[in-house]
Write a protein that binds this ligand. Structure first.
Ligand SMILES: Nc1ncnc2c1ncn2[C@@H]1O[C@H](COP(=O)(O)OP(=O)(O)O)[C@@H](O)[C@H]1O
Ligand SMILES: [Mg+2]
Length: 301
């Protein structure tokens, strides 16, 4: 906090809210003199990650308030945030992915030993254990034996009531940026080589030594397949505007396998989404322009 933050807050800041009443369509500001000002908002670009930011919650508020916003609507944001749900949709679409199971805490607690036995039989070690709704690799563990699996489950349940288990895919990690509402554009595919055993929180945000390559160093036909599957996932989940869809290309047979989708991907000028778009001929300013235009188009229908 800056030394004069308190002063700034006291002197110039007033409470403001977004009212869910569509008549206002913007910010309601409670001025110091007791009056109320309503500022109409043309369009919002949500740059929030995780709970309440990309899980459809704030998107629902914008929808109620009739404020156009960039990215996925409430339903597709919520569906894309939940790894159990996205895995179900990928299965339904026939997009290949890791074998997986999911459980809620209540069911797991009924008979943890039986659940663990069945899961290990089905998936084999190592097993990726993930909170269904988290992101940034928070709460994710690669379990290698029964002991670490038990611990991993406890950790994952600290973050969500639902946990997803996946077989380990020994693959190249690739990402594709998708842009559009109805007509979709899939970017050049980028590759990530995590500096740790997997792309965990430390590798993503702290060490900074993971390697990025755009385009990913993989055969052309595999990159084209990633682009095609990225659009199918985006469309199948009902996404709009922007999303980044992540895959593995399995090392043993180069099979393209869906991992997850991010409806509010990192969006700084050095993040993968803008970099992949840049490599596809869409500059950062143009990308911002397109994202805002798509939002206005979608919500002015
Ligand atoms: N089934 C899997 N097999 C191998 N590695 C995985 C698997 N699932 C996740 N990972 C690794 O864990 C990282 C984080 O998992 P991910 O599902 O992308 O969660 P998040 O939403 O937190 O980014 C991935 O980038 C990858 O390195
Ligand atoms: Mg991820």
């Amino acid at each position: 906090m800056l030394p004069n933050d308190k002063w700034i807050v006291d002197e110039f800041c007033c409470p403001a809210i977004i009212s869910p009443d569509a008549k206002n369509g913007g910010l309601i500001i409670f001025e110091k003199d007791g009056s109320i000002t309503n500022i109409k908002i043309d369009v919002v670009f949500p740059v929030l990650h995780g709970k309440n930011g990309e899980d459809g919650t704030i998107q629902g508020l914008f929808q109620l308030a009739n404020i156009p916003f960039v990215g996925c609507d409430s339903l597709s944001s919520a569906a894309s945030m939940d790894k159990g749900y996205t895995n179900m949709v990928a299965d339904y679409l026939g997009v290949p992915q890791a074998k997986w199971v999911a459980t809620k805490k209540f069911s797991y607690n009924k008979n943890p030993d039986k659940f663990i036995q069945n899961t290990v039989e089905y998936l084999g070690f190592p097993i990726f254990v993930k909170p269904a709704n988290a992101g940034s690799s928070v709460g994710i563990t690669k379990a290698t034996d029964i002991d670490s699996l038990r611990k991993a489950i406890d950790i994952a349940f600290e973050h969500d009531n639902k946990v997803v288990f996946e077989e380990n895919i020994d693959g190249f990690e690739v990402e594709c940026a998708v842009l559009g509402n109805d007509e979709l554009f899939a970017s050049v595919v980028g590759g990530i080589t995590p500096c740790n055993e997997f792309y965990d929180y430390e590798a993503k945000y702290i060490s900074g030594t993971s390697e990025l390559s755009i385009p990913a160093k993989l055969p052309e036909d595999k990159l084209a397949e990633v682009q095609k599957e990225a659009k199918r996932i985006f469309d199948g989940l009902g996404c709009s505007g922007i999303s980044r869809v992540d895959f593995f290309v399995r090392k043993s047979d180069y099979k393209v396998m869906f991992n997850e989708i991010n409806t509010i991907p990192g969006f700084t000028s050095i993040s993968m989404y803008p970099k992949m778009m840049e490599a596809s001929g869409i500059s950062y300013p143009d990308l911002l322009d397109k994202a805002l235009t798509l939002a206005i188009e979608k919500w002015s229908k």
